[in-house]
Design a protein around this ligand. Structure first.
Ligand code: HPA
Length: 271
């Protein structure tokens, strides 16, 4: 990331809100409403901030919401950037650098994903234990600013084990069933072919989606603790005898929203 761009965005953010967040939230498909639970909130549209591109996907609001959730100071991204919209991976990850500069120590990332693991079912929530990057590059390609992190960052603990344990604890006390697994990121926007899904399963992926990995790479680079949760909205291509649709993804995300929200809020309360 370019430190100057991040600082310029931060400077404007600080003129819009005096809040100092400790936890960042990236809200994926269907979870955007969680931002409405944030108390005493300030909303800052991305288009008010320098170096933030305009979002293009309908239904994605495209703003930061800062305030209190379960007594914690949070900054939530209501709407995120996707590589398939035409944004570079650096652009997709840029808000993470801004949230880090704003003060966050922990990043909680959510997404919708297709289930590759045959033991999964639509509606399952999966804690991400690791990822496979099948995007066409990295958000860290280009000059490295040592103020953010090292040129060659370690990714072996990108999904913070202690946070995974905490999330499992919260889920078991709330009676929420959780899966765990490896998230594989592809650019999309087309869904995968059945042959691609068989390949991904062979490679060790449990779920596939079109987001999250650029943001997590940037977060790990910047030394943030990360927790990732996927909502398995559908079984991946070729598993069931039916075509995939965005409609199904939205419908399932809507169906499990309550559990998902309860889990995320429970985890934030524990942080
Ligand atoms: N593939 C890729 N991305 C997705 C899927 C899928 O099956 N479901 C939700 N996001």
């Amino acid at each position: 990331m370019v430190l100057n761009d991040v600082n310029e965005a931060l400077e404007v953010l600080r003129t819009k809100t005096g809040k100092t967040p400790e936890i960042g939230l990236i809200l994926g498909s269907g979870l955007g409403e969680l931002a409405d639970h944030i108390a005493d909130s300030d909303a800052v549209p991305y288009h008010d901030l320098p170096h933030f591109p305009e979002p293009t996907v309908a239904g994605h609001k495209g703003r930061f919401v800062l305030g209190k959730l379960k007594g914690k100071s949070v900054i939530a991204m209501q709407g995120r950037y996707h590589h398939y919209e035409g944004y570079s991976l650096r652009q997709v990850a840029f808000p993470v650098a801004v949230m880090k500069a704003a003060g966050i120590k922990t990043l909680l990332v959510t997404n919708a994903a297709g289930g590759i693991n045959l033991n999964f079912a639509p509606g399952d929530l999966m804690l991400i234990t690791d990822h496979i990057n099948m995007l066409d590059g990295s958000p860290l390609i280009g000059p490295n600013d040592d103020a953010f992190g090292p040129r060659f960052p370690d990714m072996s603990g990108a999904y913070t084990p202690a946070l995974i344990e905490q999330a499992e604890d919260v889920a078991s006390r709330a009676g929420i069933h959780l899966q765990k697994g490896v998230y594989l990121a592809t650019s999309g926007p087309q869904y995968e072919t059945p042959a691609e899904i068989r390949m991904m399963r062979t490679l060790g992926a449990d779920a596939v989606g079109m987001s999250t990995v650029p943001e997590v790479i940037a977060a790990a680079h910047a030394g943030l603790s990360v927790l990732g949760i996927s909502c398995i909205t559908n079984m991946a291509s070729g598993i069931l005898d039916q075509p995939l649709s965005h409609h199904e993804v939205i419908e399932t995300a809507e169906r499990v929203k309550e559990h998902f929200t309860q889990l995320v809020e429970g985890i934030i309360g524990q942080l």
